[in-house]
Design a protein around this ligand. Structure first.
Ligand SMILES: Nc1nc2c(c(=O)[nH]1)N[C@H]1C(S)=C(S)[C@@H](COP(=O)(O)O)O[C@H]1N2
Ligand SMILES: [Mo]
Length: 300
């Protein structure tokens, strides 16, 4: 909607809902907790794309980030035992305004308790070693590794333990999509776990390279939860060469580097990379937000 103006001295993070001891935390207290429980998580940060458009075009807005903060589960545990009815954590950001013709006084998302309790899910205030800027969600944001960026609520002001899904527009009207392959019966799911994906970093589009052995490389990732990258296939010129790239070990929810050497002759070439997971998910060849990335380049 719009970037809010937040004064650090007035900022509070409230934890309430189905808990024994609702409480509010200010900035100095958060820093104190950080000294005891602070940790760093390296994680892919990927935008799903506009929820006003169908997910049939590649987006490729992704990065890999070092986040510093404390696990969400610690903030929840400070509120005492959760009620048996607890099933979701609602997270509110302080931005308000209108999006897609709908007015909202908060940006509100939710996480099922199972994900929220994962040790990778953080309330973060540093990114890549620096204090979070206001554009990045400072003073404090939620970070949900393995899930699309939309779930990582910026300008966090409230965590609420609830029995049912959040009721605001960003969980009801926006950010729900038809499950790929279920178009016929229209089964819908929330935009939560990222889909298997990869990008080519080199060659760059339209790059001119000398002939010989050329390194093709990029990054690949998937949601990490209970799944992992099984491999990356590199396909040249519609299939004249097909090889399995070497995939470097990743750390937790971070992306992984893949690379291969191809011997290339003069002329125009097109290469794509196709990542797959241990669960058998594979990047679509087209017509989908995580479709394979194709790069055309020139040798000679
Ligand atoms: N409060 C709030 N948090 C938000 C959003 C927002 O509009 N308001 N946008 C989300 C979306 S869609 C994405 S992709 C990420 C972008 O985070 P970045 O700007 O740090 O890349 O923030 C998410 N968190
Ligand atoms: Mo996004």
């Amino acid at each position: 909607m719009a970037t809010p103006t937040i004064s650090r001295s007035a900022w509070r993070l409230t934890t309430d809902g189905l808990v024994e001891r609702p409480y509010a935390l200010d900035w100095p207290l958060l820093l104190q907790l950080g000294e005891r429980h602070g940790r760093t998580v390296e994680s892919v940060h990927e935008c799903y794309g506009s929820p006003l458009k169908p997910p049939t075009e590649a987006v490729r807005r992704a990065g890999n980030v070092d986040w510093f903060g404390i696990p969400l589960q610690i903030l929840l545990s400070l509120a005492g035992p959760l009620s048996d009815a607890a099933a979701y954590i609602w997270a509110d950001g302080l931005d308000s305004g209108t999006f897609g013709g709908v007015a909202a006084d908060r940006y509100q998302k939710d996480l099922p308790l199972g994900k929220a309790m994962g040790e990778e899910v953080m309330v973060a205030w540093r990114m890549n070693g620096e204090e979070l800027s206001v554009e990045r969600g400072g003073p404090v944001r939620l970070v949900v590794p393995g899930w699309f960026g939309t779930n990582s609520v910026k300008w966090l002001c409230r965590l609420s333990v609830q029995a049912a899904r959040a009721t605001g527009p960003f969980t009801t009207k926006f950010y729900n999509e038809v499950v790929p392959g279920k178009e016929a019966d229209g089964t819908v799911r929330p935009v939560w776990a990222v889909e298997v994906n990869s990008i080519i970093c080199s060659p760059a589009p339209a790059e001119v390279i000398e002939d010989g052995d050329v390194e093709i490389w990029g990054w690949c990732w998937c949601c990490g939860d209970a799944d992992e990258i099984a491999g990356v296939k590199v396909v040249l010129d519609g299939g004249t060469q097909m090889v399995n790239a070497a995939v470097a070990q990743g750390e937790g929810p971070s992306w992984q580097r893949w690379s291969t050497l191809l011997r290339l002759g003069e002329g125009e070439h097109e290469v794509y990379a196709r990542a797959s997971t241990a669960h058998g998910d594979v990047q679509p060849l087209g017509n989908r937000r995580n479709e394979v990335h194709r790069v055309r380049f020139h040798i000679g």
